[in-house]
Design a protein around this ligand. Structure first.
Ligand SMILES: Nc1ncnc2c1ncn2[C@@H]1O[C@H](COP(=O)(O)OP(=O)(O)OP(=O)(O)O)[C@@H](O)[C@H]1O
Ligand SMILES: [Mg+2]
Length: 201
């Protein structure tokens, strides 16, 4: 069926292999996200299933990696409910350390001190991307906010971009998360839904 539709409309690529479609909503969100990344924030991109969060995250990651003004890191762990501060710090070490032989400290105090110095010495803002972040535990969200502050206290800049279902924004807004409130910026993504209309009418 899909192959028939594709040949009828002379489509050469499957939908998930199509180039990124830049909506006005995306352009606006990108400008805002860029601004917040430079100022050490916890940023949440939230939206319903299939609205394009993963695609947007990849696109921002790609753009920033090309520009090189901001250093980019990404958590690749798939079991998000098991993800904790330690595993996210490991992701940062993996992407920022000078060589693969450099050991990642396992003792929390030492780990955080070394990360603080590593980011400070880079002299550029660092951003960590975490997809499917609606599965992160509340304690991990609070720990991330504190990590951002520890880095900032030493003169470095760390921002964390979380993408997830609307549950993530609800979690961040919850009363128990008050501590995070002032440091978090939440974006509700519309995705490409609105822009579809001009092509389907
Ligand atoms: N801006 C875009 N340009 C091109 N394709 C897009 C865009 N946004 C979404 N898509 C396509 O829509 C589909 C769903 O997108 P994506 O996987 O990013 O959604 P999601 O919000 O991460 O979904 P989930 O909540 O299941 O994780 C994919 O095939 C993706 O390639
Ligand atoms: Mg996704």
């Amino acid at each position: 069926m899909l192959s028939e539709v594709m040949s009828h409309y002379k489509m050469v690529r499957e939908f998930d292999q199509a180039d990124f479609f830049e909506t006005d909503d995306f352009k606006h969100t990108l400008t805002e996200v860029r601004h917040h990344i430079k100022h050490g924030r916890l940023i949440a991109l939230t939206g319903i299933v299939g609205c394009g969060k993963t695609r947007m995250l990849r696109h921002i990651h790609h753009l920033l990696s090309k520009e090189k003004d901001i250093l980019v890191s990404q958590s690749l762990s798939v079991e998000k409910s098991r993800l904790n501060l330690g595993t996210l710090i490991s992701a940062l070490f993996c992407d920022l350390r000078r060589s693969k032989n450099e050991k990642i400290p396992s003792q929390p105090e030492q780990r955080e001190r070394e990360l603080r110095d590593l980011i400070k010495n880079k002299k550029k803002p660092v951003v960590l991307f975490v997809d499917e972040a609606h599965d992160l535990h509340g304690k991990t969200l609070i720990a991330l906010k504190r990590l951002i502050e520890v880095i900032q206290g030493a003169g470095g800049t760390l921002s964390i971009v979380l993408a997830g279902h609307p549950k993530l924004s609800n979690d961040l807004k919850r009363a128990t998360m008050e501590e995070i409130g002032a440091r978090a910026t939440i974006f509700m993504l519309e995705g490409i839904q609105k822009s579809k209309e001009e092509y389907t009418h």
